[in-house]
Design a protein around this ligand. Structure first.
Ligand code: ADP
Ligand code: MG
Length: 516
């Protein structure tokens, strides 16, 4: 295939809004508008019959048939099912994500012609299970994933491109440490990166997959609903249509408060009116603890990178929620410098993804890439081991978080009983010493051990973690020829048959039967 004809496409699959970008003929990233003519596509899915409507129309349907509409499915990626049935049926969150991807693909293909290969972004803080589910969503949408990259990394790449870091001999190629603060609609991510020449190295990453603009909205909704209840003795949140409408008004008020020092909420339910004036200060008070959580995480990421604020040359703000003045104030106060808002808060992530796609396509065509990205893992990986001291199970970490990828690491354990004939290795992800507080991500079993194997026989567990997030495990039992190399099979997620059935239903006629 002629790689020049393959467009470099990046998709920012956001919790609230998604954006698609491509590289133009000169290699510059540009956003593509959707079929409605908008840059941002709401990540909202209206299930209708066997298919789905995604975007603006789905948002509109929230006002009339909220029980058919899914919002913020990304927040639940990694769970088995979306928290609420849609039109009476339960859906895995990655299926809802696949519908969003399908819409983004179809609209983009109208402009750039047919394509399948894409780079999709995920929050840096996404764990293995969520990354795998995102990959599955791409597959079910009929796409081929060149790679998954972290959103803050993508934003940093877009920034580096804009700053001329990719131009040979550009004067701006001096080493820079940048902190990317990404507050979107449903997730918060912070990453410390070093830009040196054409190399982007993540030094540390941290975040919260349950924190974003929607939590700020929720505070206004709660405040307004309490006020309504006090005045009229009824709570509009108990009616799903009225609640959706109140949400919309509150989100609008939040945006007003980014532009003006005070805003007015006008609402009506069952003929009862509510008019509420809210100032920026009141809003800041209502949401103080949320902002505080981002401060804590930011400071923690900086410490994990072993840097102080004086080492940070730039603070990059991405994500729609960084338009809130309280966020800009916080980062100005923390860093002692003016936060950089030169990259588009909405488009930077998609642009970085398109640049990354361009690099991967160039590489596969045998060309030398203009930049390289080095990542770290956002969560520790370990195995569940029996602690001889306490006789309790604990998480024995093999690869600590924030390790530069790729990485290989090994750890030794011992068999616990004489004559043990198999060994179960359970792999978990997380920081807690207690396995129950970690995410199970897979297991492997070494079978048919020699019958007389002594208790205390050393077992070596080796992990190899690739830059793309694939994990390979090798287990060796000392003194035997038993060795097992295993690519992780996930403990959760959809099976092949299910994925293919969904792929057929979602991608429809676009996928020829022989491709499945
Ligand atoms: P995601 O990547 O999670 O989909 P985005 O980066 O697109 O999120 O940001 C969406 C969030 O930004 C929403 O919660 C939206 O309400 C918020 N947002 C957008 N514009 C503004 C604004 N002017 N003031 C405050 N919040 C805003
Ligand atoms: Mg985003």
């Amino acid at each position: 295939m002629d790689s020049r004809k393959t467009p470099a496409i990046g998709i920012d699959l956001g919790t609230t809004y998604s954006v698609v970008a491509r590289l133009d003929e000169t290699g510059r990233p540009v956003s593509l508008v959707n079929a409605e003519g908008d840059l941002l596509t709401p990540s909202v899915v209206l299930v209708e019959g066997e298919g789905a409507i995604v975007g603006k129309e789905a948002v509109k349907a929230l006002g009339s048939e909220p029980e058919h509409v899914a919002q913020c499915a990304k927040r639940e990626v990694g769970n088995d099912l979306f928290h609420q049935p849609l039109a009476g049926r339960n859906y895995p969150p990655e299926v809802l994500e696949a519908w969003i991807l399908k819409k983004l693909h179809d609209d983009a293909a109208l402009q750039v012609g047919p394509f399948r290969q894409v780079v999709i972004t995920v929050p840096a803080y996404f764990d293995e299970v969520r990354r795998k589910a995102t990959q599955d969503a791409g597959y079910m949408a009929g796409l081929e994933l060149l790679d998954i990259i972290n959103e803050p990394t993508a934003a940093a790449v877009a920034f580096g491109y804009q700053q001329g870091f990719f131009r040979p001999n550009a004067s701006s190629r001096e080493k820079q440490n940048i902190l990317v603060y990404d507050l979107g609609g449903g997730t918060f991510d912070v990453t410390v990166m070093q830009l040196a020449g054409g190399t982007f190295t993540a030094l540390a990453t941290d975040g919260d997959v349950q924190l974003g603009g929607r939590d700020w909205d929720q505070r206004l909704v709660n405040f307004a609903a309490a006020e309504f209840q006090q005045r009229h003795g009824t709570d509009p949140r108990h009616d799903s249509v009225a609640a959706a409408r109140l949400w919309r008004e509150c989100e609008d008020l939040k945006r007003t408060l980014s532009a003006r020092p005070r805003g007015l909420l006008t609402y009506e339910f069952q003929g009862l009116p509510l008019q509420l004036e809210i100032t920026r200060e009141q809003f800041a008070d209502l949401t103080h603890d949320l902002l505080e959580r981002t401060r804590f995480t930011t400071v923690q990421a900086l410490a994990a990178a072993k840097l102080t604020w004086s080492d940070i040359q730039r603070v990059l703000l991405v994500g729609g929620s960084t338009r809130m003045p309280m966020v800009v104030d916080l980062l100005r106060q923390l860093s002692g410098r003016e936060p950089d808002r030169s990259v588009s808060a909405d488009e930077a992530v998609a642009h970085g993804a398109a640049l990354h796609a361009g690099i991967l396509l160039a590489k596969s065509a045998g060309k030398r890439p203009k930049f390289t990205v080095r990542n770290v893992n956002s969560h520790s990986l370990g195995v569940v081991a029996n602690d001889p001291a306490t006789q309790r199970e604990r998480n024995a970490i093999v690869i600590p978080r924030n390790s530069p990828l790729p990485i290989a690491a090994r750890r030794r354990f011992k068999t616990s009983k004489t004559g043990q004939n198999s060994i179960l290795v359970r792999i978990v992800e997380g920081e807690s010493a207690s396995p129950d507080a970690c995410t199970p991500i897979g297991r492997c079993v070494v079978r048919e051990l020699p019958a007389d194997l002594a208790a205390g026989t050393p077992i070596e567990v080796a992990f190899r973690y690739e830059a793309n997030g694939r994990l390979t495990i090798t287990v060796k039992v000392s003194g035997t020829d038993r060795k097992l190399t295993h690519e992780l099979t996930r403990a959760s997620g959809l099976g092949d048959a299910e994925r293919n059935a969904w792929r057929r239903r979602i991608a429809g006629d676009d996928i020829a039967a022989d491709e499945l």
